[in-house]
Write a protein that binds this ligand. Structure first.
Ligand code: WQD
Length: 339
């Protein structure tokens, strides 16, 4: 049985990925410091799959704790590294917190891999490495331009750290999956996006507004150079995203990778504006969203969506779930949270 270490595995994308790996027959080990997730997620994963993953609670940016972990746990076929802070807006306010956490954690993982010859790393990267692309849709060959936020910059730097470490380490190889905007929840509504405190991301803010937890949704800017003036993103169902990690892991484990550091855009290939999200959500749920137009949020880019040709062809992966599926599942998840 293949064994996978998932860091940040009680988080939003991590927990959905753990479910897919268990259902694909992997033994799953999770590390999380529960700074942005709850330990109950482990029971939810067990309810969905019948298996409760082995769990270790500590902060991966702690060098000694991470070294001690690897000293006792070294035989992983692949490591998937999610653990990071990920709110664009927040990173503008707290850059040092983002650089320290996101980069120290990654370096500690890489050190453990070097020390114990763990060969395969899937890195949770982001379309934010492209900044505001000149040309859309964005491909893996699109220029990496200066990120608009410290969050995006941590992803750019992280990819460089991985690349340089691979070049100096025998048998180490990695795939960076550049996510677009993960949304939605597992069909069971037992796991989903669970932001602690006020949500930074659009969809949880929408569902919490409809649920009456938040007063009103602020649409951050309607003066962008887009058809309806609101910003455009590529919103991908989190289950489709989780499945991409499985395909990428199997590619590395079976040595099908073309080079020792590959990057793939993991999106739907479609862009939707904030207003299109609001309208689609209202259509699929029959619920009205109370919103107002507010000033732009610092750090936001205007528009980005993926060219997924390379991931579709080379990885043999593509999205199967629609925007409507994702938005409906996020509302079902919110309702379950309140039941
Ligand atoms: C989406 C759009 C906001 C909240 C995300 C992740 C990041 C990375 C990239 C993976 C923007 C607008 C939001 C609100 C709003 N993904 N918005 N009102 O900033 O694109 O970043 O995708 O690595 O981890 O955070 O996502 O959901 O914050 O914003 O109008 O209350 O919705 O301005 O245009 P973002 P988001």
């Amino acid at each position: 049985m293949n064994k996978v270490l998932i860091t940040g595995g009680t988080g939003y994308v991590g927990s959905h990925t753990a479910v897919e790996f268990i259902e694909a027959g992997f033994e799953v080990v999770i590390i999380d410091n529960l700074s942005n997730s709850k330990i109950e997620v482990l029971d939810r994963i067990e309810k969905i799959t019948g298996v409760k993953p082995e769990f270790h609670e500590f902060d991966l940016s702690d060098n000694q704790k991470t070294a001690d972990f690897f000293q006792k746990n070294k035989n992983f076929d692949v490591i998937i590294h999610f653990a990071a802070y990920k709110a664009v807006g927040e990173s503008v306010q707290k850059p040092l917190m983002y650089y320290r956490n996101n980069l120290n954690s990654l370096m500690n993982i890489l050190q453990g891999m070097k020390d114990y010859q763990i060969e395969n790393l899937i890195f949770s990267s982001s379309c934010t490495v492209y900044g505001q692309p000149e040309k859309l849709p964005v491909t893996e060959k699109s220029p990496i331009i200066k990120a608009n936020s410290p969050y995006g910059n941590t992803k750019q730097i992280a990819e460089e750290i991985i690349f340089d470490t691979i070049n100096s380490t025998k048998n180490l190889k990695s795939i960076a999956l550049r996510y677009f905007n993960p949304i939605g929840a597992h069909k069971s509504a037992l796991i989903g996006e669970l932001p602690l405190g006020v949500p930074n991301n659009l969809i949880p803010y929408v569902t919490q507004t409809v649920a009456g937890i938040r007063e009103q949704l602020s649409v951050f800017g309607d003066d962008y150079n887009t058809p309806d003036g609101t910003a455009i993103r590529d919103y991908i169902h989190v289950v489709d995203l989780a499945k991409a990690h499985l395909v990428a892991s199997e590619r590395l484990i079976s040595n099908k990778n073309k080079t020792n550091f590959e990057t793939f855009n993991i999106g739907t290939g479609n862009g939707n504006s904030v207003m299109e999200i609001i309208n689609t959500f209202e259509e699929v749920t029959g619920k009205k969203i109370n919103y107002k137009i507010s000033p732009r949020r610092e750090g936001d880019i205007e528009q980005v969506w993926a060219d997924t040709t390379y991931a579709n062809k080379e990885l043999g992966w593509k999205t199967e779930l629609s925007l409507a599926d994702a938005l409906l599942s996020s509302w079902n998840w919110q309702k379950k949270l309140m039941s």
